[in-house]
Write a protein that binds this ligand. Structure first.
Ligand code: MG
Length: 265
């Protein structure tokens, strides 16, 4: 199933998204936040007047306590920035204050001269997840998948020894438009980024250096993941700068397209 989060007269709502006559339509309102239920198949909902996903006032579909990102998880991306392939997952955090809704404007801070898109598959956690063993299946800990743009001030990333500033500005984490459990990243799903309609990144999750099971287990050794937490799984090659007025679209096969415009602060 697929769900989104949207605003109805100032009220936070979650909606079931269904394909009706080839269009994505919100057909039902969910009784509670999906991460509170933990399994999308157990959700209860009630009918609502059909609303096209494209016409809804969408909000980020997650409300994470933290956003954990994986750096350099595709060989060719590590190479394009002149980095070695890491021997274990390289993780960093983005603050929840960096979240941005689908359709929202990414604000380029004045102190950065180079800001890059990074299209990525997002993983949403379903239940508390702490020190998962190598024998344990990680899939029950995953609620679903979404699109993430790990927007980055590349010059500040190169300047600072760690990446809190470069990755952490408000609006630097667009996410959405929905969460789905209907894809299988282990089998391979396409991740594509377009800028003003031109394709810039085309990757596939089957080319991950570290698979989702390795990533989730690795993070869970360090910190407890809570329901609703978001993991950005790394970006394929083809990162590049954007300027005010550029429109970025991140598409994950089977999820949809996350579209945002860039503006100057
Ligand atoms: Mg990234």
């Amino acid at each position: 199933m697929k769900y989104c989060r949207f605003d109805v007269d100032g009220r936070d709502s979650y909606g079931l998204v269904e394909l009706v006559a080839g269009k994505e339509i919100i057909t039902r309102v969910l009784a509670s936040a999906p991460e509170k239920v933990g399994d999308l198949e157990d959700l209860t909902s009630k009918r609502m007047p059909p609303l096209a996903l494209a016409d809804a006032a969408l909000l980020p579909p997650v409300r994470p306590s933290k956003i954990v990102c994986v750096g350099r998880n595709y060989r060719e991306h590590a190479a394009e920035l002149g980095n070695e392939v890491p021997s274990e997952p390289l993780i960093f955090l983005k603050p929840p204050s960096s979240l941005l809704a689908p359709g929202g404007s990414i604000r380029r801070p004045r102190i950065s001269e180079r800001t890059d898109y990074e299209g990525e598959l997002g993983v949403v956690i379903s239940k508390p997840c702490h020190k998962i063993s190598t024998e344990e299946d990680v899939r029950p800990y995953i609620l679903g998948y979404t699109c993430v743009n790990d927007f980055t001030a590349r010059d500040l990333q190169n300047k600072d020894d760690q990446w809190t500033r470069a990755k952490g500005f408000d609006t630097f984490c667009p996410v959405g438009p929905l969460v789905t459990n209907e894809i299988d990243p282990w089998a391979g799903v396409g991740v594509e980024t377009r800028v003003n309609g031109a394709i810039r990144q085309q990757g596939n999750t089957r080319d991950f250096i570290f698979g989702i099971d390795v990533i989730v287990r690795f993070i869970s050794q360090v910190m407890t993941l809570f329901p609703g937490d978001l993991i950005a799984t790394g970006t394929p090659k083809g990162v590049g700068p954007v300027v005010a007025g550029d429109v970025i679209e991140v598409s994950v096969e089977g999820v949809g397209t996350l579209k945002n415009v860039v503006v100057d602060e």
